[in-house]
Design a protein around this ligand. Structure first.
Ligand code: 13P
Length: 251
């Protein structure tokens, strides 16, 4: 059975003390609980080592929000995949819509980041999703297909096994407007069919596809009940320990 994941993307929020309190509170609430999913937190880069220290003692795993497309060297301000690996970070978001929008990251550039992560044994959580205008023009399947094929389909089968995909419709992120469970299921099934076409049905059945975009304690159960929705990438609701734990327990 494929892996279920609930990942919290903290984005650029919280000071160090608040971040530490949130990590501690989560670790405490999850201690000794039988969980049906893997739990990942993605704090700002500056707090990753603090988070991996907590992770060592708990079920929580740690992901970064971003990584350089380069291996090492004169790239001021960047953080390399090897650096993340060296402090036991296991996951990394790639191509979040905010990176695509504000930092102009395109699919070809994101493909390089995916490669660097896999080279260093980190799991890329590759984000895709259409904007509202694209859905209104019924272009959403074509956009997501392009994001996935250009960002991921250069990988070989063995590499692809180590990828997680997150579908995050841009119009649902931070807006309070969630995709309906039918819309999420429809797109997740489409993504899985793309993977099946390229890599075969067996691999497609193994790939974890997360939903993100205004997922909260009230709607998580319904979303996660869809057959192709394997968990969530949670923004706002991951900043409150109780809400995040309710989402984690929504399988
Ligand atoms: P919200 O849950 O705040 O809508 O954010 C989703 C997201 O962007 C997670 O990466």
């Amino acid at each position: 059975m494929r892996k279920k994941i609930v990942a919290g993307n903290w984005k650029m929020n919280l000071n160090f003390t608040e971040a530490e309190e949130l990590a501690a509170s989560l670790a405490e609430k999850l201690e000794g609980k039988a969980l049906k999913c893997e739990v990942v937190i993605c704090p700002p880069a500056l707090y990753l080592e603090m988070a991996t220290d907590f992770a060592e003692e708990s079920v929580i795993k740690v992901g970064a929000q971003n990584v350089s497309n380069q291996e090492s060297g004169a790239y001021t301000g960047e953080i390399a995949a090897g650096m993340l690996a060296s402090i036991d970070v296991e996951y990394c978001l790639v191509g979040h819509s905010e990176r695509r929008k504000y930092y102009h990251e395109n699919n070809a550039f994101l493909a390089q980041k995916v490669d660097k992560l896999l080279d260093n044994d980190l799991i890329p959580v590759y984000c895709c999703g259409e904007q509202l205008e694209e859905r209104e023009k019924e272009n959403h399947f074509a956009i997501v297909e392009q994001q996935i094929s250009e960002g991921l389909f250069h990988l070989n089968t063995e590499e692809f096994y180590n990828v997680v995909i997150a579908y995050e419709p841009v119009w649902a992120i931070g807006t309070g407007v969630t995709a309906s469970s039918e819309q999420a299921q429809e797109m997740h099934a489409f993504i899985r069919s793309l993977v099946a076409k390229k890599y075969g049905a067996d691999l497609a059945a193994e790939i974890t596809i997360l939903y993100g975009g205004s997922c909260n304690p009230k709607n998580a159960k319904e979303l996660f009940s869809q057959s192709d929705v394997d968990g969530g990438l949670i923004g706002g609701a991951s900043l409150k320990a109780d809400d995040f734990v309710t989402i984690i327990n929504s399988f």
